[in-house]
Design a protein around this ligand. Structure first.
Ligand code: SF4
Ligand code: SF4
Length: 370
């Protein structure tokens, strides 16, 4: 089985001003890059969009201008949501190469393939584009980052399996059997098609570290290894996983993450069982007991992504993350906000958990402001 390495995800870099995503703390970031390279790691992941489009420029200064090109690998992602015609692929890829100051990508991905954005990617012929990018040497490997359910992934691989080398997927012990994220099912499909897997959100954006005291105690009783160590090892132990990206926000986190991969040990069946138990315990602390079965989605006349909103509500109640608000607003723009509920009641009869969905959606609308 391939041994996975740690990748430096340049999407949660240290900032000088917490309210300004473009204010990357270059001094700390440069120290982190140097430490990462010294420790024998060399994989960096960025995108056109991260840090209000400044992540690539920061990598250019801290990495590209200071290290020989062959000493590191860079993955970057085409901003799918900005594509409206075929020529846009080239336009954005040229900007991405220029911002980074490099001639080629080690990995070029079509960013955020989901139900809505697959149409954009296909409309702009992006799969054909990345294939040509590989043939002409603009990218050594190509693929997608994926945020949807198993049916869409199966469909994408059936159509473009011969093109895709790499899939960047969300995989962590909390989402392993989650009905919405479906890490286990998504992972299985990637393995079936022989696609190399890179992992994002192995610690669920840091949320798996902010557990209740009771859960923390159970982790302490179980092992001397930290919660982050177990979460990273869970992701890295799965078949076909080659890179686990961690959005390390400071040098301390980086040191801990590097340590895990320097002395890497796969999780044992006992660890797996324990982590599944912890996932259940953590879920118990969530505010809305939705099972994410999606039954309610079929007949909602307002097209409200009900389970996704309940998941974000739970996460926000527990962790208060700015990313929850961003995710809520994105979903509300693509589909409809919780406040659009007409209280028709159709979903109430369908809900497998017998939740009073219209009432709960009012709480969601209040929490997220729309
Ligand atoms: S009550 Fe609201 S959420 Fe439920 S089906 Fe009707 S519009 Fe959709
Ligand atoms: S039917 Fe109920 S339990 Fe299932 S996803 Fe919808 S709200 Fe959640």
């Amino acid at each position: 089985m391939t041994k996975a390495t740690l990748g430096f995800g340049a999407m949660r870099l240290p900032l000088t001003d917490d309210d300004n995503q473009a204010s990357i703390d270059m001094e700390e970031f440069t120290q982190m890059v140097d430490y990462f390279m010294e420790q024998g790691f060399n994989y960096f992941d960025t995108s056109y969009a991260y840090h209000d489009e400044t992540s690539e420029g920061a990598l250019k200064k801290a990495l590209v201008e200071r290290y020989p090109r062959e000493s590191y690998q860079i993955a970057n992602k085409i901003p799918t949501w900005l594509l409206s015609k075929e020529e846009d692929n080239d336009k954005y890829v040229d900007i991405m190469l220029e911002r980074l100051g490099i001639e080629y990508f080690d990995v070029l991905l079509i960013h955020n393939i989901n139900k809505a954005l697959i149409n954009k990617a296909e409309g702009a012929n992006s799969f054909e584009y990345i294939k040509k990018a590989k043939e002409t040497g603009k990218a050594l490997k190509i693929g997608i980052s994926f945020h949807e359910k198993e049916e869409l992934l199966e469909e994408v691989f059936q159509k473009y399996g011969d093109v895709i080398d790499v899939a960047l997927i969300q995989l962590n012990y909390m989402d392993w059997t989650d009905q919405r994220i479906q890490s286990k099912k998504i992972h299985k499909i990637c393995v079936k098609y022989g696609v190399e897997i890179q992992v994002m959100e192995p610690i669920k954006g840091g949320t798996l570290l902010n557990v209740t005291d009771d859960v923390k105690m159970q982790f302490d009783d179980y092992s001397d290894n930290s919660i982050a160590d177990l979460a990273l090892r869970f992701a890295a132990s799965q078949e076909n996983v080659t890179v686990v990206l961690s959005g390390m926000g400071n040098l301390e986190q980086m040191k801990e993450n590097c340590e895990t991969f320097r002395n890497f040990e796969r999780i044992t069946p006992e660890d797996h069982k324990f982590l599944m138990k912890m996932a259940r315990e953590i879920k118990k602390t969530w505010a809305i007991d939705c099972s994410f079965c999606n039954y309610c989605l079929k007949d909602c006349e307002m097209n409200i992504p009900i389970p996704d909103f309940f998941n974000l509500y739970n996460s926000e109640k527990q962790y208060h993350l700015p990313s929850n608000i961003d995710l809520y607003n994105t979903a509300a723009n693509v589909y409809a906000p919780a406040s659009a509920c007409s209280e028709c009641g159709t979903c109430v009869d369908i809900c497998t958990q017998q939740l009073d969905i219209p009432v709960l959606l009012k709480d969601v609308a209040e929490l997220f402001g729309r």
